[in-house]
Design a binder for this molecule. Sequence first.
Ligand code: UDP
Length: 477
Amino acid sequence: MDQKQVTPMNYHHFLIIFFPIQGHINPSLQLAKNLVRNGAKVTLATTSRGLKQIKSLPTLKGLSYASFSAGQDDDESQFQKDFLRYMADLRRIGPQSLTNLVQKFSADQEPVTLLVYSMFLPWVAVVARDLQVPSAFFSNQSATVWAIYHRFFKSQDGIHGDIFSLLPIELLGLPLFSSSDIPSFLLPDNPVSGFMLPMMQEHIQVLEEDPRSFVLVNTFEELEQESIKAIANFNAISVGPLIPSAFCDGSDLTDKSFGGDLFSKSEDYIQWLDSKPKSSVIYVSFGSLAVLKKEQKEEILHALVESGRPFLWVLRSSNSEEEEEQVHKMIENGVKGDGIIVPWCSQVEVLSHQSIGCFVTHCGWNSTLESLVSEVPVVGCPQFSDQTTNAKMVEEVWGIGVRAKANGENIIERGEIKKCLDIVMGDEDRGKRMRENAGKWRGLAIEAVKEGGSTHNNLKRLLEITMMDSNPSTHSL
Ligand code: UDP
C-alpha cells in the first residue's frame, strides 16, 4: 500500500506482539499470514533478542517485522539463565520501547489500528490504552483453558487464592475438571505458580478494564463451542486452527511451514518416512520447552522398541549432555528398534506425512491442533501448564487419543506407553473410533478455515470491526 494514501476506510495495520518462544511464534506467524491474505498490513514484533534468534522468517507482501527492547538485548543467555529477571527487565524497559515503535509508525503515516499481544505480555494492553490504540489479546491456548482461568481470576466472583474450593470445575457441555485436569500452575504447590498466577490475574484484569478489547483464540467454533461462549464477556473470537494453509485448507500449497524455527533441524527424516508404510510410524515430540527426566527418556525408548513399530523421535539437546549421551548409548547398545532420533523437525510436515500413525505428545496446544488437523491420533503425555487440560479434551471430549498415566514419581512407564500405543494404533474398536474421530475433526477444521467457514467469517468480522476503529486521525499519539 502506498503509505501516503492512507484513508480511514481502506486501512488496517495490525501490530502483533509475540513472546519469543516457539509455541507463541508459530501461531502468531500464521495469524499474521492469514490477515495479510485478507488484505491487511501486518507488522510482527518481538524483543530484539527474540527476533535475532528466529532462524528464518517468511517473506510476504504486506508482512514486515520489527523489534523492541527487553533491556537485556545484548545478553542472549539471560533469558534462559534467569527468566524472572528477564521478565522484570522486559516489563521495565519494554513499554517505553514499544511506545516509541507505535509512535514511529504514526509519524511514518502507518498508524497501528490494532495492537495484538500474546501471553506473558499483559502490559502491552496498557501501552495500547495509553496511546488510545485498540487492542486484542491473542490466546495461543484453548478456549476451554481460558474458561477455567476466567472462573479463577475474574474480579467479580473469582476464586483467586483457593483453587480447591472451585474443584471440580464444571463447564457447560464438558466433563468435570479435577485437580489433575486443570492447568498445573493453578495448583498452589506448583513451582511456577508464584510467577504465573499474578501474570494471569493481570491478563484478566486488563481485559476486564477495557470492554472494547477482544480475545482472539487459536481454536475454531465447532471444536470448542461452549467454551468460546463461556468467555463471551471478553469478546472472544476464534481464529484457528492456525496451521500453514498447505496442510489445512490447501489454499496456498507454498505455505508449508511456519518459517520461524528457534532450533536447527536435520533434513533427512522425510526420506526415511517415505520408506515406511501408511500409518505405521510413531512420531514422538514434547514440544520446545519440556525437559524430560533421564528415566522418562529411557521408558519412552523401551516402549517404542517393545511396540515393534517404526518411530521418529524429536529429542532436543537438553542442558545435560550426559543424559543425552545416556539415550544414545542405549541405542548403540542395541535398544534400537526401527527408529530415528532428530534434534528438531518440521512438525506439521511430519504429522501430515502418510506414514505417521500416532503422535506421542506433551499436548501443547499447537501440537494438539496440528495433530487434529493432520488426522493423527494421540497418546497424550502432559507435563505441565495447559497440557493436562488438553490431554483430557483429547481423550474425553474429542475422542482422538488416550492420556497415558504417570506413576507416583511422575514418570510414565514403558508398559503404560506401550499399552496406549496398542490402543491407538491397534485394530480394536477403541482405536478405530479414535481414527474415525480424527477424520471428523480434520474435516471440521478444514471447513472452518474455508471461505464461508466459521474462522474465515470471524477473520472478516475482525477486519470489519477494526476498520471502523481505524481512522488514523483518532489516534492522538
Ligand atoms: N515443533 C516443530 N518441530 C519440532 C517440535 C515442535 O516445529 O521438532 C513446533 C510444533 O509444530 C508446534 C511448536 O513447535 O507448533 C510447539 O508448540 P506447542 O504448543 O505444541 O508446545 P510448547 O513448545 O509451547 O510446549
